[in-house]
Design a protein around this ligand. Structure first.
Ligand SMILES: *[C@@H]1O[C@H](CO)[C@@H](O)[C@H](O)[C@H]1NC(C)=O
Ligand SMILES: *[C@@H]1O[C@H](CO)[C@@H](O)[C@H](O)[C@H]1NC(C)=O
Ligand SMILES: *[C@@H]1O[C@H](CO)[C@@H](O)[C@H](O)[C@H]1NC(C)=O
Length: 829
């Protein structure tokens, strides 16, 4: 009371400020107060000057009329007029105001909370006088199977209502006195550890327990009450369950009952867990249900666990386990492996070569018929009556192998295989699997020529190297470009490498070219053996005859037309030139070519004649009726003596000069030159200027002709060497060996003179030179000496002939000694 006073005094100063909402006053009143009434509770903080007003007390209105509270107007104290019962009402909310007569509020309203302070005047009560409980065998010790309930009217949260439970007695006290334990605060009854061990032996037993509940917590004092618990022991029905087999896709009404569990003890709740989580549930009676169709392919087995728990979620015993096996149904068709890229099989692979081992998957239970797949080849369909098939399929293993029928390189085959489960039985599910197969090429074809015989091809001898002779075409039946590449080679018939081949491996032809000059004389024909080979290694049979081609080349002889040493010829001829004078000699440019036959084409005047074999042009008759300065042109034709079709011609132009008496110059004081007979290649060089030294410096060509004497013309030949020199040789094979004086008419710049050239003709020795004896070197051999030599030679020949005949006659007799035979020979030597 005093603190309240102080507190009120303290508050009186700021009262004016807090007028609008004064703080609530709190007052406690002991319950069942046994002293005098009225009991003053607290002085209200009224101001004395305001005492004229009327104090109004309001609150829980029903109570206020004859309520236990009042305010003493004199002292301003709040008072209570009688004892209060907390259990009837624990708190009172009052409001005090000071009002004028007119009802004007002078002070307040002041709220007051009156709390009735509890006294332990209530006795605890059990909810039942007798509790009955069923206790299943196998209940874990410590797991409560019964929760006692008791109540106490006193104020909650205080010791007056703090209840404790105790077992006072157990009947029978067998086999132990403390079979049970009671949690004092919760009133949870459970088997004691000792009790649980011995409960099994007390089947059909009953226990009666006297239990007490007491307030005031653990203090010794307090109110108490008792009750009886009748515990009956029941058989344990919490027994393991057999596994359950459930068909997948089961058509049934869901939830579908699959099993039931039962905990025979009381106060049970069932709890179910599925591992892995599945569509299962348990109801309050322990019935297990599946709530929808199962799919074996997504989950084939479940492990269910069912717990029996008390109302507080504590396990009575270990959970029961239930295995649920989902039984397979053939609800999955075989699934083909994904179609990959084409499988490459080389052509000519042996029958039996495995192409693929097909393995379709079936999601149904492995090992069951539902997953037993067999295979059947759909495409290509084995043809009726066909002896050889291309593909074989083992129905059980799915192994696809090559059959005996040949396959072509480049073939693209799409195989279709039916995979059926149920081992192919009726009703099985199936899928069609596709397998692409590509037959790849191998180099099993050798390249072959399209033509094995080429030619004969004629090639002129003068064909230029590099000329294309022939094109050889070859083909290869393989597909792969690499296997079609080919190489060509000349294998025979061209030792000298006169021909060559030019080709590109990937183009199926080769060009045969000439590489060297041809020669008809060296080789009039060629038989070239050309082979073609595959660049890559050939698989299979060796190349056949088609890989060889023969090219026949015939060399055509080319004879060029004769060629003369000049394109045109000119000669200066004095008009007085006698008939038979050599004007010039027309010659082939090349002395090794075949002999020529010369003729004049249009010598209309008949002035000239030409020697058919030598090309010497002579005057045929005296030149009459010609003026100096005239010219005369004739065409000379030269014909190849061997090939009359080949000829050439050249013009010969004669310039006629003023006639001049031919000066017969005495033989030049040069030593006689020697030529031997029979004719050799030597000759005598004649210098045109030699007989006319004063003219030597003059320009212009000299022309040479033999003198008109027919014997001279017959025996000698004169050839112009160049403009100033001529070459005198023997014309006949044999010329009388003696000294000859050969007249040579030289013309130069309108003048003409005659040179007498001394030539000594002698016999040739073995070296083709003059046979001369040292002693007879000087002077020319006389007729007499020549006759002497001739007679001597004849005499010697005659002598030898006699000896030979004598010898032959003697040898016929055969009785003569050989030494005698040899004597005349020695004498002769
Ligand atoms: C081939 O003949 C030509 C003309 O006939 C000639 O010019 C060339 O030198 C000759 N070549 C050989 C290597 O003989
Ligand atoms: C001979 O033929 C040649 C060339 O055709 C010609 O120049 C010349 O005048 C001819 N001569 C005579 C005498 O007809
Ligand atoms: C002409 O030929 C002769 C003999 O071969 C030679 O000595 C002379 O120098 C030649 N003259 C000319 C101009 O070629």
């Amino acid at each position: 009371m005093v603190p309240a006073w102080l507190w009120l005094l303290c508050l009186s100063v700021p009262q004016v400020l807090l007028e609008a909402q004064p703080a609530e006053l709190y007052v406690e009143v002991p319950e069942n107060y046994g002293g005098n009434f009225p009991l003053y509770l607290t002085k209200l903080p009224l101001h004395s000057e305001e005492a004229e007003g009327k104090i109004v007390l309001s609150g829980d209105l029903s109570m206020v009329a004859e309520g236990p509270f009042a305010v003493d107007p004199e002292s301003g104290f709040l008072l209570v007029t009688r004892a209060l019962d907390r259990e009837e009402q624990a708190e009172y909310r009052l409001q005090v105001t000071l009002e004028t007569e007119a009802g004007h509020v002078l002070w307040g309203p002041q709220p007051v909370l009156v709390h009735v302070k509890d006294e332990n005047d209530q006795v605890p009560h059990f909810s039942q006088v007798i509790y009955r409980a069923q206790l299943s065998q196998g209940t874990r010790p410590g797991t409560p199977f019964l929760f006692l309930e008791a109540s106490d009217g006193d104020e909650p949260g205080t010791a007056n209502s703090d209840l404790r439970f105790h077992i006072l007695s157990q009947v029978p006290a067998q086999p132990f006195t403390d079979m049970f334990q009671l949690e004092p605060q919760l009133g949870a009854l459970a088997l004691s550890p000792q009790g649980s061990t011995s409960l099994d032996y007390t089947l059909d037993g009953h226990y009666q327990l006297l239990v007490q509940v007491k307030d005031m917590g653990d203090q010794a004092s307090g109110h108490q009450a008792t009750a009886t618990i009748d515990v009956s022991i029941v058989e344990n029905t919490w027994v393991p369950l057999e596994p359950i087999h459930l068909a997948e896709n089961l058509k049934a009404l869901y939830p579908h009952l699959i099993a039931q569990v039962h905990w025979s003890g009381g106060g049970v709740r069932y709890l179910l867990e599925s591992q892995p989580p599945g569509p299962f549930e348990v109801d309050t009676e322990g019935k297990l249900y599946v709530t929808r169709e199962l799919d074996r392919e997504s989950q084939a087995e479940y492990l269910l666990q069912v717990w029996a728990q008390n109302t507080h979620g504590e396990d009575y015993a270990e959970p029961l386990e239930l295995q649920v096996v989902v039984m397979d149904e053939n609800d999955n068709a075989p699934v083909c492996p994904p179609r990959g890229p084409p499988i490459s099989i080389p052509e000519l692979s042996l029958p039996g070569t495995e192409v693929i081992r097909l393995s379709a998957e079936d999601a149904d239970a492995p090992g069951s018929p539902n997953a037993h797949i067999v295979y059947q080849l759909l495409i290509p369909e084995p043809e009726e009556g066909a002896e050889e098939i291309a593909f074989e399929l083992d129905p059980t293993s799915g192994s696809m192998t090559l059959g005996a029928a040949p396959l072509q390189a480049g073939q693209n085959i799409l195989l279709q295989v039916l995979a059926v489960d149920l081992a192919g039985a009726e009703g099985g599910l199936s899928s069609t699997c596709e397998v692409a197969v590509l037959i790849t090429d191998i180099n099993d074809h050798a390249p072959e020529f399209t033509t094995s015989q080429i030619g004969p091809i004629s090639l002129p001898e003068d064909t230029e190297p590099g000329t294309l002779v022939a094109t050889l075409i070859a083909t290869d039946a393989d597909l792969e470009p690499a296997f079609r590449a080919m190489n060509f080679a000349i294998e025979a018939g061209d030792v000298e490498r006169t021909f060559g081949l030019d080709w590109e491996p990937d183009i199926g032809h080769a060009q045969l070219q000439l590489c060297k000059n041809l020669s008809y004389e060296a080789a009039p024909s060629y038989k070239l053996v050309v082979v073609v080979r595959s660049v890559a290694n050939l698989v299979g049979p060796d190349p056949g005859p088609g890989s060889t081609a023969t090219v026949t080349v015939l060399v055509e002889r080319v004879v060029s037309p004769p060629k003369l040493d000049q394109e045109s010829y000119e000669a200066r001829v004095p008009v007085s030139t006698p008939a038979g004078s050599l004007l010039l000699t027309i010659q082939p440019s090349d002395s090794v070519s075949s002999p020529l036959r010369f003729s004049l084409v249009n010598d209309s005047e008949g002035w000239l004649c030409i020697k058919e074999g030598s090309g010497e042009v002579h005057t045929a008759r005296p030149l009459q009726g010609i003026q100096p300065g005239d010219t005369y042109t004739v065409l000379v034709e030269a014909q190849d003596a061997d090939e009359p079709g080949l000829s050439t011609s050249a013009t010969l132009m004669l310039h006629f000069l003023k006639a001049q008496p031919a000066l017969a110059l005495p033989p030049a004081p040069v030593p006689a030159r020697h030529l031997c007979t029979p004719r050799q290649s030597q000759g005598v060089v004649i210098n045109g200027a030699s007989g006319n030294s004063n003219l030597a410096s003059e320009q212009g060509p000299y022309s040479f002709a033999l003198g008109p004497n027919p014997t001279v013309q017959r025996d000698w030949r004169l050839q112009a060497l160049n403009d100033s020199h001529a070459y005198l040789t023997l014309a006949l094979h044999w010329v009388e060996p003696q000294e000859h004086v050969v007249p040579v008419v030289v013309s130069h710049n309108d003048r003409m003179w005659q040179l007498l050239v001394r030539v000594v003709v002698c016999r040739c020795n073995v070296e083709g030179q003059c046979l001369r004896k040292v002693g007879h070197m000087k002077g020319m051999p006389t007729k007499l000496s020549a006759v002497g030599i001739l007679v001597g030679t004849l005499a010697a020949i005659g002598f030898f002939l006699i000896l030979i005949f004598t010898h032959l006659a003697l040898s016929r007799k055969k009785d003569l000694d050989q030494p005698v035979d040899s004597v005349p020979l020695k004498v002769a030597v």
